[in-house]
Design a protein around this ligand. Structure first.
Ligand code: AP5
Length: 204
């Protein structure tokens, strides 16, 4: 059985960290698992075009370019999932991405119809943490430049927008939304809850 799980969360909430632990857990149980990071594909395409040097510059590009590359990436991911499914009929795909992106012209869907209908997930998982937890993680994570996401009021708004956009996208394809809390110091618990949702609770 193939399961496709879209995982979203605002920058610095801990998506990638939770996913890494969940994947190791699933691999140790014998599952075939792959994480596809939407941002990596966006970065690769935009770097090749000479438009960005880092992932934190992507959201600052003109929306027309982001939209064009967003759709291209969604098609590419669909193609890769389909190709892998031809080789193996039992796999879990996690797509690490965003329900909402803050651009200079407002909040913008990371999973509009032209994306979510290509990804066709079985579930959308929204990873959340408190504003203080996210701010502290951003401060500790020196490898990234998230200064435009460093305002508590903005993060609070973004958490709400993230849920609303995630629900809208899931509604387009008729799949459930699961809210997963990644509490401070409890990343393993969050990862194990994700594993439980994917292998025990998700009926596809
Ligand atoms: P992406 O690669 O997803 O970057 P991001 O949004 O900045 O997300 P991060 O990976 O930095 O944060 P994270 O939540 O994974 O946190 P992490 O695990 O590192 O996307 C890049 C860009 O691509 C986007 O900005 C956007 O422009 C574009 N993009 C992507 N999808 C798109 C789409 N669909 N449409 C259009 N554009 C799209 O954790 C952060 C820190 O917290 C780490 O130091 C970690 O150790 C720590 N931490 C995590 N959990 C805990 C915990 N429980 N307790 C204590 N510390 C913790």
């Amino acid at each position: 059985m193939v399961r496709t799980v879209v995982v979203v969360g605002i920058p610095g909430v801990g998506k990638t960290t939770v996913l890494n632990i969940a994947v190791n857990e699933l691999l140790s149980k014998g599952y075939v698992v792959k994480v596809i990071n939407f941002g990596d594909y966006m970065l690769q395409e935009l770097t090749q075009r000479g438009l960005v040097r880092s992932r934190d510059e992507i959201r600052l590009l003109p929306l027309k370019i982001q939209r064009e590359v967003q759709e291209m990436v969604a098609k590419r991911i669909r193609y890769e999932i389909d190709s892998e499914c031809k080789l193996r009929s039992e796999s879990i795909f996690f797509i690490d991405t965003h329900a909402v992106v803050k651009t200079s012209t407002g909040y913008w869907s990371g999973l509009p119809r032209h994306v979510i209908e290509h990804l066709m997930p079985d579930i959308v998982v929204v990873i959340e943490a408190s504003v203080d937890e996210i701010l502290n993680r951003q401060i500790r994570d020196k490898s990234r430049e998230r200064s435009d996401y460093g305002d508590p009021k903005l993060l609070s708004d973004l958490l709400i927008m993230n849920r609303m956009f995630a629900i809208s996208s899931a509604t387009l394809v008729g799949v459930p939304v699961y809210i997963l809390y990644n509490r401070e110091g409890s990343v393993r618990e969050a990862a194990l809850e994700l594993v439980d949702v994917v292998i025990n609770r998700l009926r596809v």
